[in-house]
Design a protein around this ligand. Structure first.
Ligand SMILES: [Zn+2]
Length: 114
């Protein structure tokens, strides 16, 4: 919802929406930041086909931004499904929290936060 959409709702509607969003939060213990990317890789063997551009993989990585830098963490094949689930839950929770935050800013603007 855009800020304009939020402004079009009554205090009561905003609170109802906020309640629905809060109730939609799930599995907070599964929180795993970052986004998933598939990348081909070069190995250390000098004669390998990957040196000619035929990369190994692609493999799944979790791209993270932490402590001021980007890094990627290899996701073993056996954990792909679990990691995808965790990242998906996290992205949905973050979207809901962001929406709740915007509603609360709007309620404060109206002097109706409570
Ligand atoms: Zn190779």
């Amino acid at each position: 919802m855009s800020d304009e959409d939020l402004q079009g709702l009554s205090d009561r509607q905003l609170r109802a929406q906020r309640r629905r969003l809060a109730a939609s939060l799930g599995r907070l213990e599964a929180t795993l930041p970052g986004s998933l990317v598939r990348q081909g890789r070069r190995c250390s063997s000098s004669g390998c086909r990957c040196r000619r551009g035929e990369l190994h993989g692609p493999y799944l990585y979790l791209a993270l931004y932490a402590a001021g830098r980007n890094r990627t963490l290899y996701v073993p094949a056996a954990l792909e499904t679990v990691v995808e689930e965790h990242v998906g839950v996290t992205q949905r929770n973050e979207a809901a929290l962001e929406q709740i935050a915007r509603i609360n800013v709007e309620l404060l603007r109206r002097r109706a936060l409570g």
